[in-house]
Structure formats: C-alpha cells, structure tokens
Design a protein around this ligand. Structure first.
Ligand code: LLP
Length: 430
C-alpha cells in the first residue's frame, strides 16, 4: 500500500516520522491519536503556494471543524493561515491560538444572538446564511454601536459528487442563499445601517475528488461578484470554501492536488474578476486536505473471534472515529506491530460500542492478528477526534503530537470523572 512520506515501515513496525507507533501506543496507552505537525504544515504550504503562485492575493483559512485541537491552530496560525470558524468555541480557539480577527470568517446556518454578538464584539466577518440572520446581525451591531462586516453564503445548486450527507452546494441543502436570490439579499444588506458587505462565500461540499464542481462553483461566484459590483458592493474577498478530497483508498482513489485545483479554478476566477473590473482576495477554506493524512488512530486488539466473519475486537470504535459508521467511509488499516508481515486472512475491525454498526473497517486482508496487536487506522486526522463522543460512557482518548524528533501530548486522556463531572444530582435524589 502506498504511504504518504511521513509514514514508513521501520523494523517491521509502522512509524510516523522517526517515531515507532507501537512504542507510542505502549508509552501513552491506547486508544491514541497521533498527529504529525510537520505534515500539516507541509499540506498547508503546498495549498497556499499552489494558489498564490497563480494569484498572489490568495489566502487559506483552515476549516477548524476538521480538527479543533488548539495546537494545530497555533501551528497553522504561525504560518499565516486564517480560519473558517463555525461556532463560538472555534472562534475563541482560533483567537487564543493567535490568529488575527481579520483572518477569520464566522460561518454557519444557525447562529444564535449570542454568537452574532461575539462575532461583532471581536470584529469578525460573518458569513450570513439567511435574511433573518442579516436583520438580527444588524440589530446586534446597532446595539453595540458597531458595523458588522459580512458576506453571504451562496448556494450555487450544483450536482456535487460526494456522500449526500456532506454535499452542501446542492439545491436541497440547508446551507446558503439560492444564487437567484443573492442579489436581492445584498441589496437588503446595503440598506441596513450597521452592516457592511465586504465579501461573498460558498462551500459546495466535502471529500470531492473531481475538480469540475469547483470550477462550476467558481463560475457562479464570479458571475455573482460581477452583479454585486454593479449594485455598488465593494468585494474585498471571494471565498470558494473547502472540499478538496483525499485518496482514502491509497492505491485506487483519484488524488487531486492543490495544484490541480489551482490550475483549474484560478484562471476562471481571474477571468471573472477582470470582467467585473475588481481585484478581491481569493479565500479558500480547506479542512480535510490539511489534516486528514497527518493522523493515525492507534487501537489495541482485545480479542479475536472467528464467527461467520473474523472479528478483531479493538478498544476504539465509532466513539472515536465515526466516519465509517456515519458515511460508510473507508480508512486504510495496518497492523502496526506486523507492518512488514504478509497478509493471510480477512478480518473486520470491530469497536467496543454496543451497536452492530460499530465497525471501523470491514473485510480487510491482513497479517494473522492476535490479542495485544496494535491496529493503526490511517487518515484519521480530519473529522476524527473532532467528532468523537463519550457514548457508552467511554472517556475520549489522548492525542499525541509529533514534530521531527519531538513528541508530546496535545490532549490528555479523559477519565470517567470527566464524564460525570458535569452531572448533577437532582435535589429529590439526594
Ligand atoms: N467551509 C465550510 C463552510 C464547511 O462547512 C466545511 C466543512 C469546510 C469549509 C471544510 O471542508 P473540507 O475541506 O474539510 O472538505 N464530517 C464529514 C465532513 C463534514 C464537512 C463539514 N464542512 C466527514 O467526516 O467526511
């Protein structure tokens, strides 16, 4: 199986950079997420360069939802990345990580009055998702004596080739404003006393392995930009969202690169803004591409069972990586302590959760597995820990960050106390 450059097999064990993953599992315990900071920095630099080479006013805003550990936000912020934030929590994390308010965009289709007030107080540009939200934001800004900087999120209503649960730029999605209604929305914004439209935004979906949909979305966006310019909106940025997929099937999936993306999208962007006579910044919001392949989830085998299938019962399930259960996603798995051994049998890797759907990987050809072995689930860095839960009263696991020879925890393992900490005994039970 093809491995990305930060993963290798050394002495029969899977390694991340110079670190033996079996040794890390033994040192920190399992389940365990291990993330390579340098890989994230490299992914970011590649994305930024691919765009900026063709259009210097390009900016990468990391979609913090993909992996919200503040250590990653700090690393990316240092390199100059901004962030797409989708909640007050992500907003606060990005600011604490040292990112500049001007480099953040507050997205979301359902923001509370408190969320809007937080964005206004911090001077964060808000991507507005409905006219109702626009008027609420105007009122919040007015009450605070401020002007809120906004973009609207455009729904370009395209066909998006990805899992239906993560296709957002389709007509039936809850996100954004229909592109036919977008001009009217901006006119309404121009009439608001405490709102200033400064950008326009879209995000068509996630894990997209074709470039064509991004080109189509860009065509819609530059057409909208031209119309907006004609009604007097001064666009500082056009944000084309995230969505570039990664080859989860290492040997068979297409692997579109940021260069492929930039080569196809940027000329359409430049032609469109030239036609509109404007020169806004080009923003993008990748999440998965920056972090997915940087992390592995290590899980230890509790038992092996030869039933109607061969089940490998491990200590991590959909409580820690829900993607296979939720989207039928595929993740490559490697027996980390037998990484150089020949595959001899077919196994399904089953988690400890009390649900039939708790299968991390089905029917994989792997070396003979026994209790105590360490299974590495690859490409777990995006929407892995970020979507973890405490289901079945299982504390969430620790996360280790490595960079070159360095290694350290970036999140402590939870204990049962962390789960019960917020529980309160009602007075009648005392
Ligand atoms: N911008 C916005 C407004 C978004 O909603 C998202 C992702 C992104 C950017 C980043 O998209 P990316 O580059 O990561 O594809 N949990 C799902 C993915 C959900 C994506 C949600 N929005 C999964 O595990 O596949």
């Amino acid at each position: 199986m093809k491995l990305p450059p930060h993963l290798s097999v050394q002495g029969g064990h899977l390694a991340i950079g110079p670190h033996d993953l079996v040794a890390l599992a033994n040192e920190y315990g399992t389940p365990l997420y291990v993330t390579d900071e340098q890989r994230i920095c490299d992914n970011y630099a590649r994305y930024q360069k691919a765009l900026a080479t063709l259009y210097p006013k390009s900016k990468v805003l990391y979609a913090a939802k993909a992996n919200g550990n503040i250590a990653l936000l700090r690393a990316l912020g240092k390199l100059g990345a901004g962030a797409d934030v989708f909640s007050p929590g992500e907003l606060e994390l990005a600011l604490s990580a040292g990112m500049k308010p001007a480099d953040l965009l507050f997205n979301g289709s359902s923001k509370s009055p408190g969320d809007l007030a937080l964005a206004v107080a911090n001077g964060i540009t808000v991507s507005v998702d409905s006219l109702d939200e626009l008027h609420q934001l105007n009122a919040v800004a007015k009450a605070g004596g401020k002007k809120a900087r906004i973009s609207f999120r455009v729904n370009p209503a395209l066909r998006i080739p990805t899992h239906p649960k993560i296709a957002t730029g389709v007509a039936s999605s809850k996100f954004g404003i229909a592109h036919e209604q977008i001009l009217a929305a901006y006119k309404e914004a121009l009439a608001c006393s405490n709102v200033v439209p400064v950008g326009v935004h879209c995000h068509i979906g996630s894990q997209i392995l074709e470039i064509e949909p991004f080109v189509k979305a860009t065509e819609v966006m530059v057409k909208v930009a031209k119309d907006l310019t004609a009604i007097g909106v001064t666009l500082e940025f056009i944000d084309l969202g995230g969505g570039l997929g990664i080859p989860y099937h290492h040997d068979t999936d297409p692997a579109p690169t940021p260069e492929d993306y930039a080569r196809a999208v940027v000329p359409v962007f430049i032609e469109g803004i030239n036609a509109a006579g404007i020169n806004p910044a080009l923003w993008v919001e990748p999440g998965r591409y920056l972090v997915a392949d940087s992390s592995v989830l290590l899980t230890r085998v509790n038992s092996v069972k030869f039933a109607h299938k061969n089940f490998v019962n491990v200590d991590a399930g959909f409580n820690l990586l829900i993607r296979p259960t939720m989207y039928n996603s595929y993740h490559e798995v490697i027996v980390a302590n037998k990484a150089a051994s020949a595959a001899t049998a077919t196994y399904s890797i089953a988690g400890p959760i009390c649900e039939t759907g708790d299968i991390l990987a089905a029917d994989r050809l792997l070396p003979a597995i026994e209790a105590g072995d360490i299974i590495a689930v690859l490409d777990a860095g995006a929407y892995g820990f970020a979507m973890a839960s405490q289901y079945n009263c299982r504390p969430r696991c620790a996360e280790v960050l490595v960079k070159g020879k360095e290694k350290a925890l970036m999140r402590n393992r939870e204990t049962t106390n962390d789960i019960t900490r917020t529980m309160v005994t009602p007075p009648w039970q005392q």
